[in-house]
Design a protein around this ligand. Structure first.
Ligand SMILES: [Fe+2]
Ligand SMILES: [Fe+2]
Length: 150
């Protein structure tokens, strides 16, 4: 997966920066799960990934709320569903009840599916509101700038 591929870019700079970080954590997780760095490293990355994903969801929801995004509630429900499933998959993996390949596939699948089905439509709405941020330009919306740093 390439986070710079057009299908993964929403056009909102702050959101794209966070997505790129999620993809980097997923790549590191895959390397660790494939045996390169072992189980302790995989568990460390999973803990960081779980925390960052929740922070990312909060940031997106704040941006959508401020922009008056009409799909906010549906989007929020998918975030909550993902957060629950990530938590239970990570718990199962920690307890040795889930194969590493199944965990890696689940993690990659939800990111791709959610960005395509929810984040890209959200980004199109934000772009229509003038909230697309191609770079750290002077007209970046305040909420987006404030929430950009993970
Ligand atoms: Fe997202
Ligand atoms: Fe989202």
């Amino acid at each position: 997966m390439d986070p710079q591929h057009p299908s993964y870019l929403t056009g909102n700079h702050a959101i794209d920066v966070q997505h790129a970080r999620i993809y980097r954590l997923l790549e590191a997780l895959n390397v660790a799960l494939e045996g390169g760095q072992g189980l302790p490293e995989a568990k460390r990355i999973l803990a960081a990934l779980s925390l960052f994903v929740v922070a990312h969801f909060r940031m997106e929801e704040a941006v959508m709320e401020q922009a008056g995004c009409p799909d906010l509630e549906r989007h929020r429900v998918d975030h909550a569903d993902i957060a629950c499933r990530v938590e239970s998959m990570v718990d199962a993996f920690r307890e040795g009840c889930l194969r590493p390949e199944a965990l890696a596939a689940f993690m990659s699948d939800w990111v791709d599916r959610h960005i395509e089905a929810y984040d890209n439509p959200m980004a199109r709405f934000l772009a229509g509101q003038g909230a697309a941020t191609p770079a750290a330009g002077p007209d970046r919306p305040r909420a987006t700038r404030d929430l950009a740093a993970p």
